[in-house]
Ligand binder design. Structure first.
Ligand code: PLP
Length: 235
């Protein structure tokens, strides 16, 4: 299967999942999680009609950006952002998905102020309370939104979650997606000028259809578009 064929299959599956949930498929954005895939393959995915590209590693993203890999599509950062890499990501990426601490929010705000822009981002929620994962606990969200509300050079656009790796049906993660949807709804009320809860980024190759049934409007799909990832040696 080519990348274009894979994108067509994923888009069909997105439409079917949206139909099952009585939702408009047009409101669901497909983010191609393009880590480890070279510029040429990223361009193929963009030509096939993905809505955005999402990268995990800053160095890899900068190298591919220099090759023009992302021309024609918005670029998102979907990885764990280290504080010392914030300066490379702010302004280059139209959306930063995994903002997981107040310190990181402040750092992004400072960098955006320095560059004279407003950075869009999503707050990451550790929805399955996994020790190995970062993100705010659901009960920390109201305070995080209040803190973000004070920072004028960023705009919170929604929530993001990475639930556990699950079986091929994606069903095991339904409980977490349902919890995310509830959290999203509970915190949607507009209290701050710079908080606009538009996006719920959840669902990967194994569970994006389940995530859409539960309300996701942004899915991050890698393997189902590009095939199994080949990591460089010594990585
Ligand atoms: C790699 C990655 C994905 C895509 O994973 P697949 O299972 O290959 O679809 C989605 N989100 C994040 C944060 C990732 O790092």
């Amino acid at each position: 299967m080519t990348i274009a064929e894979n994108v067509a299959v994923v888009k069909n599956n997105i439409a079917a999942a949206a139909a099952r949930a009585g939702r408009d498929p047009g409101e669901i954005l497909l983010v191609a999680a393009s880590k480890t895939n070279g510029a040429e393959r990223v361009r193929e995915a963009i030509a096939a009609g993905v809505d955005a590209c999402g990268e995990n590693r800053v160095q890899e993203m900068l190298e591919k950006a220099a090759l023009g890999a992302y021309e024609g599509a918005p670029l998102h950062f979907i990885g764990h952002l280290q504080k010392n890499k914030v300066k490379h990501v702010v302004g280059l990426c139209s959306l930063i998905h995994g903002v997981d601490s107040i310190e990181l929010l402040r750092q992004i705000d400072r960098e955006a102020a320095k560059k004279g822009l407003v950075q869009d981002l999503l707050l990451e929620i550790n929805i399955a309370a996994e020790a190995s994962k970062s993100g705010f606990a659901p009960e920390e969200l109201p305070a995080a939104l209040a803190d973000a509300g004070e920072l004028k050079n960023l705009r919170v656009r929604g929530l993001m979650a990475i639930p556990p790796i699950c079986g091929p049906s994606g069903e095991e993660n339904r409980q977490y997606f349902v919890r995310m949807k509830q959290l999203f709804v509970d915190n949607c009320e507009k209290k701050y000028d710079n908080v606009r809860m538009d996006f719920m980024s959840m669902g990967m190759s194994g569970d994006y259809e389940t995530a859409i049934e539960c309300g996701a409007n942004m899915v991050r799909v890698g393997t189902a578009i590009f095939g199994a990832r080949v990591y460089p040696e010594n990585h």
